[in-house]
Design a protein around this ligand. Sequence first.
Ligand code: RB5
Length: 149
Amino acid sequence: MVRVVIGSDHAGFRLKDTIKALLDTMGIPWEDVGTATAASVDYPDFAEAAARAVLDGRADRGILVCGTGIGMSIAANKIPGIRAALAWNEATARLGRAHNDANILALGGRTTAPAEVERVLRAFLFTGYEGGRHDARLAKVAHLERKDT
Ligand code: RB5
């Protein structure tokens, strides 16, 4: 059973609540690392909290929501070992898993079409990594992390 950590800023917490309700209907356990209100906060704080939960093994996958998903994906991808995919529909969520072995999904609370959310979520949670030709590419991505630190 996949365990999910989920975080957002003030622009994403409503979509985060929708996602938590969907996870409940799927029977998937989640941990919410905040934020919980519309009071303005800084998205990198929540990106880091969720990323650490994934890297520590407290969660298998992370979901991050800000206004566009862009800030969350940029911040999470600064942390070695995180592969955050900014997805805006089912296809990009599926390919983020199949080709990029994404361990975090970034979504935009202000940009994700409500009708797409469940399909995006299911694609991220239930698509396996394809491996094969993608392994060498991911190894190069990991090498970039080591080169720059
Ligand atoms: C907050 O207004 C907004 O800038 C933030 O949620 C996010 O979209 C940044 O990438």
